[in-house]
Design a protein around this ligand. Structure first.
Ligand code: ADP
Ligand code: ZN
Length: 736
């Protein structure tokens, strides 16, 4: 990036800089008041219309505005400037996703309060002039704790000395401690307490050594592959430890917040301190400290969701993407990006290693490993000889199922056996609510979302019908809105709430817990600890049967869990998703991996109407690589990713006519040429979403086609009306 050229305007003229604003416009030029000493990356307040807004100094002024119109920078914030590497990353993401750089910058400016220096906190220091006579044991331990650390806050000292904070405060009152102001401790800034180091197996040691060696070898992408429970987490922890020792920052990306609880516990045990945590549920104070800690370079480890990639790390040296195959890494609104792929780009820009971790890696990643673009490390066996669970198929065509029941007699028997053995059961169904469809038995009317092309899902415990695509929710009406009959509604199909009712009927004595994103918070009083508490109950065997959606499928380690039952294994296979088979395999394999993680062997039963489907066969026979090879061959034959590139254009607006017309104009102006196909326009499967009509076009291109350039040119050929929006989705994962 070009530096600021102060001399360009000649002496006597005022210096100008470009400032990037967190909006889809700009950068704009501003003049620099003589008393401000600005450098690239400085966070500044600048006037924009009547307001002052936050921006970042972004190199030389562009000089495209008359000097008389250029306004001065109002203030500069006392924060380390945004690192050059991070500004380049923002520009790279903007170019790749065809988003305005300001919109990408906005994702880095999500804790504006962190731009002011944090308030010093109160701590205590030993007052050396006082003799150590007449000390109680507790007071002596406080002094000993201070020997080691110099200063400490009352809670820190109390914890170290095993006494109450009142002891510490009383010592200050008595004059044996002096009150000092210390800068706040940023999260994950000091690892001064020893953690519990595991003894790695030879396979684990080899993988850990290979990763550690990469820390000093510049950019590399490594797939860390291996069965669930093989110790992949322990292995990448070793790489993080080495990276901390080298004084550099590490980032662990997780696909969803729910996964963080167990990982944080394990991290704290292994490292003797917590990482900084970053996701949308983190409260404002913790957010501020994490953002600033990262910006200052003090915070050494961040565990977070995809947005953690946009923190302004000055000294990042390692990224781990755990569960790299997860579709949740794709952000589907605003700037549409895939966090795993952007993380690889970030590592490449920064010249450091990135590790992609999964027991069921994505086809994209596997192909990259096979062609040698990525390295691969493999852990073949579960830790401590735990057996992988046996996966069995229940052919639902042959089960005699009473009406409105969803647990087959075969599965129910297995549950009963497991409970009798004093072990735990997990029942998995990837659908929230009570029933996915509510139908009037008198007239056939189906309850539909007023804003979306989607059925309303009954959430019986909340007494609501909810749309899973927008925020719409309404009470379950007493009468059918079409035929006005009363009491004629019938729920169709199961959600987890309905399974929970069935389980309670079948096993009235079992302790049951229902875990879905919308029920956990209600059942456990909300707040960030709700999920943690729910998980703890299962882990500590206070629960016999846990029923849940995908939030229980991944990452968790429940020692007594020996049976996993999947209510509807076919659920993800319908619909036109290019990755339907791959994803279903990944999800079911992941759920299956919850069973039998310790000494007691586990088993898994999949209820399916398609037992001969290749996904079910691959799961039952544990033939992942053969399955992936068939998938790969199909994609190659169909000219689909990873053997080709896709980009979607989604045209939306409240006026159906204008949306259709714009989509047709786009089709007429579509790029043509060798290795390029444009499909559509066609109404999106979600033809209506949040009250907007939607049409889709899909560009399919050979891998060597410069897709971004083609699309940018394409969009300039079409005048899109103001009330119509065209969103570009590079490498789409959702086809809705
Ligand atoms: P993965 O990430 O591959 O699913 P984990 O790292 O979660 O596997 O390991 C599974 C379980 O085995 C965890 O409880 C972990 O603490 C334990 N474990 C793995 N390797 C070791 C080891 N070398 N020493 C002690 N415990 C281990
Ligand atoms: Zn809706």
């Amino acid at each position: 990036m070009a530096g600021i050229d102060a001399s360009k305007e000649g002496s006597g003229r005022q210096r100008r800089v470009a400032v990037m604003l967190p909006y889809p416009l700009g950068p704009y030029d501003y003049t620099v008041p003589a008393d401000l000493d600005l450098v690239d990356g400085d966070y500044v307040g600048v006037p924009l219309g009547p307001r002052e807004v936050l921006g970042v100094v972004w190199g030389e002024a562009r000089g495209d505005v008359a000097l008389s119109k250029v306004k001065p920078v109002a203030e500069v914030f006392p924060t380390p400037p945004m690192p050059e590497i991070h500004r380049r990353f923002i520009e790279w993401v903007a170019a790749y996703t065809l988003s305005p750089p300001g919109a990408v910058l906005r994702m880095s400016l999500t804790a504006p309060k962190a731009l002011a220096p944090p308030v010093p906190s109160i701590a205590y220091r030993r007052n050396d002039s006082l003799p150590d006579v007449m000390l109680t044991p507790a007071r002596r331990r406080v002094l000993e704790a201070l020997e080691e650390r110099g200063t400490g806050s009352a809670p820190e000292l109390a914890e170290a000395a095993g006494c109450g904070v009142t002891v510490v405060r009383a010592m200050a009152d008595a004059g044996s401690l002096t009150v000092v102001q210390v800068p706040p401790r940023y999260p994950a800034s000091a690892f001064d307490r020893p953690g519990d180091l595991p003894t790695l197996s030879p396979d684990q040691t080899a993988a850990a050594d290979a990763l550690k060696a990469k820390l000093t070898q510049g950019y590399s992408t490594t797939l860390l592959d291996g069965v669930t429970g093989a110790g992949k987490t322990e292995v990448y922890f070793e790489a993080i430890a080495a990276n901390i020792a080298a004084g550099r920052q590490s980032l662990v990306l997780l696909p969803e917040i729910a996964l963080s609880a167990q990982l944080l516990d394990r991290f704290a045990k292994r490292f003797g301190a917590m990482p900084a945590v970053w996701h949308s549920d983190v409260g404002p104070a913790a957010r501020r400290m994490a953002w600033r800690g990262v910006a200052e370079g003090a915070t050494k480890v961040v565990v977070g969701a995809r947005s953690a990639l946009f923190l302004p790390y000055p000294n990042l040296g390692l990224i781990v993407v755990d569960e790299e195959h997860e579709a949740a890494f794709k952000q589907e609104d605003g700037v549409i990006y895939h966090a795993r792929d952007m993380a690889v780009a970030r590592a490449h820009l920064g010249g450091f290693p990135i590790v992609l971790v999964s027991a069921t890696p994505s086809l994209e990643t596997v192909v990259n490993a096979e062609t040698g673009r990525y390295d691969r490390l493999y852990l073949p066996a579960r830790h401590a000889g735990a057996e992988l669970p046996k996966i069995g198929l229940i052919d639902m065509r042959r089960e005699k199922l009473p009406a409105r029941q969803f647990i087959s007699p075969t599965l129910a028997r297995a549950v009963a056996e497991t409970l009798a053995a004093g072990e735990q059961v997990m029942l998995f169904l990837n659908r929230r609510g009570y029933a996915p469809l509510t139908l009037c038995r008198a007239c056939g009317h189906r309850m539909q979302c007023p804003n979306c092309t989607a059925w309303l899902v009954e959430h019986r415990f909340q007494g609501l019908l909810r749309c899973h695509h927008c925020d719409h929710a309404e009470p379950i009406p007493a009468n059918c809105p079409q035929c006005d009959n009363e009491g004629t509604f019938a729920p169709c199909g199961p959600g987890v709430e309905r399974i929970s009712d069935e389980v309670t009927d079948l096993f009235p004595d079992a302790r049951v817990s229902l875990l879905a994103s919308d029920t956990v918070h209600r059942a456990f009083g909300g707040g960030p600890g709700a999920m943690q508490e729910a998980i703890r109950q299962v882990r500590d065997h206070e629960i016999d049967i846990v029923i849940g959606t995908q939030i229980i499928a991944k990452g968790h380690h429940f020692p007594m869990l020996t049976l996993v039952g999947v209510i509807d294994a076919d659920l993800g296979l319908n619909g036109g998703d290019l990755r339907a088979s791959e994803r279903t395999y990944q999800l079911l394999h992941q759920v299956a991996g919850r069973a039998g993680r310790e000494e007691r062997p586990g088993r898994v039963l999949l209820q399916t109407y398609m037992p001969e489907h290749r996904v079910m066969q691959a799961l039952a026979d544990d033939r992942r690589d053969a399955f992936l090879a068939v998938e790969a061959e199909e994609r190659r034959a169909a000219g689909m990713p990873p053997y080709a590139r896709l980009a979607a254009l989604i045209v939306s607006g409240s006026d159906a006519g204008a949306v259709g017309e714009t989509a047709r104009m786009l089709a007429r102006q579509a790029p043509r040429g060798d290795g390029i196909v444009v499909l559509g326009p066609a109404p999106a499967p979600l033809a209506m979403l949040r009250g907007l009509h939607r049409e889709r076009l899909l560009l399919k291109a050979r891998r060597d086609v410069p897709v971004q350039k083609l699309i940018a040119e394409w969009l300039t050929r079409v005048a899109v009306p103001n009330h119509v929006r065209v969103q570009v989705d590079i490498d789409p994962y959702s086809f809705l």
